[in-house]
Ligand binder design. Structure first.
Ligand code: NAP
Length: 302
């Protein structure tokens, strides 16, 4: 693991505080999902501390409000249950009604490695929550994105664990085979491909889209892992994993740092551009995923 600094001047050990140091974000509005836990909660804290107005989304408005109450700065709590399209649409409508151009949307919320197949609206739940929920949210808000607004999609190095063929377009229900880690990997590959295709569609507008791997951080994300692995993580994690502050750095960097002004369609890790898997670079797969996601969004909204 390379722990030094990369071309951006930041690296593995940089924190969200480091990558926003000296920035005055007063007047900026940033929508963030998953604001009540883990690296999302740290992202909320640091961006609000730097002066941004953070629209903090969580599954319920109570969770979002509790997150907002725990930080200093300007925040607005909104409910957004990503696995429920009606909730996502209501969130988007609430955000549009605020009438504020969005300087960034950070798609941070996620679930990982559910032991058994779970479905929502007939689709495997990790794909539906991590990708489709964010797809509906972001595509509903593109008109609200500021002229140089940034969409930041939290993917993972686990996109490398997607099935050998990449997105299993013939098995999005999971019924023809389910594996907790491969399906998590598929959902994270979908996050990455979504950002790539969005970047292509935003090309020439000044608006950007990028994806990232935050690093490996001990958070509530491990809640579905077996108890022994969770105990091992909580004991050994602080020694070998990134801190929550370090884990939140790359998404904060992409959302607000001037160093990535105009950069779009890239995948980042440790606050520097990184090379995704071959599927993560597959433009045809990204285009197909967009098409399929639009169809699913229409179908589940009906
Ligand atoms: N931690 C890591 O090592 C790691 C590595 C690579 C990528 N990531 C990615 O980083 C992101 C943040 O993860 P984290 O580590 O901070 O995990 P976390 O502490 O578990 O936070 C995940 C957040 O997502 C929210 N969420 C889950 N399901 C949702 C749903 N259906 N609708 C709305 N919100 C929902 C959670 O809300 P509740 O608290 O209400 O459940 C929570 O706020 C995820 O996208 C994850 O895939 C993390």
């Amino acid at each position: 693991m390379f722990k030094g600094k990369g071309p951006s001047g930041f690296g593995y050990g940089s924190s969200a505080e480091d990558v926003t140091h000296g920035l005055d974000l007063t007047g900026r509005t940033i929508l963030l999902t998953g604001s009540n836990s883990g690296i999302g909660n740290e992202t909320l804290r640091v961006l609000a501390k730097r002066g941004a107005h953070v629209i903090a989304a969580a599954r319920t408005v109570q969770k979002a409000q509790a997150a907002c109450d725990g930080v200093v700065g300007e925040t607005t709590a909104v409910a957004c249950e990503l696995s429920e399209p009606a909730s996502v649409q209501a969130c988007a409508a609430e955000v549009v009604a605020l009438g504020l151009p969005l300087d960034a949307i950070i798609c941070n919320a996620g679930i990982m490695a559910l032991p058994k197949l779970n479905q929502q609206h007939g689709y495997e739940l990790q794909f539906f929550t991590n990708h489709i929920g964010h797809f509906i949210l972001v595509t509903s808000l593109l008109d609200s994105l500021a002229d140089n607004g940034r969409v930041v999609v939290v993917s993972s190095g686990a996109h490398n664990n997607a099935p050998p063929e990449g997105i299993q377009f013939d098995n999005l229900s999971g019924e023809r085979g389910y594996n907790p880690w491969a399906n998590y990997g598929q959902s994270k590959l979908a996050n990455l491909l979504f950002a790539n295709e969005l970047a292509k569609r935003l090309s020439g507008t000044g608006k950007t889209a990028n994806s990232l791997h935050p690093g490996v951080i001990h958070t509530n994300l491990a809640r579905s892992m077996n108890p022994i692995a969770r105990v091992a993580l909580s004991i050994g994690g602080p020694l070998v994993l990134k801190s929550v502050g370090e884990g939140a750095a790359t998404q904060c960097y992409l959302a607000v740092n001037p160093g990535v002004e105009g950069v779009s369609g890239k995948y980042f890790a440790d606050c520097n551009e990184s090379r995704p898997s071959s599927h993560g670079r597959d433009e045809a797969m990204a285009a197909k995923l967009w098409e399929v996601s639009e169809k699913i969004a229409t179908e589940v909204a009906a």
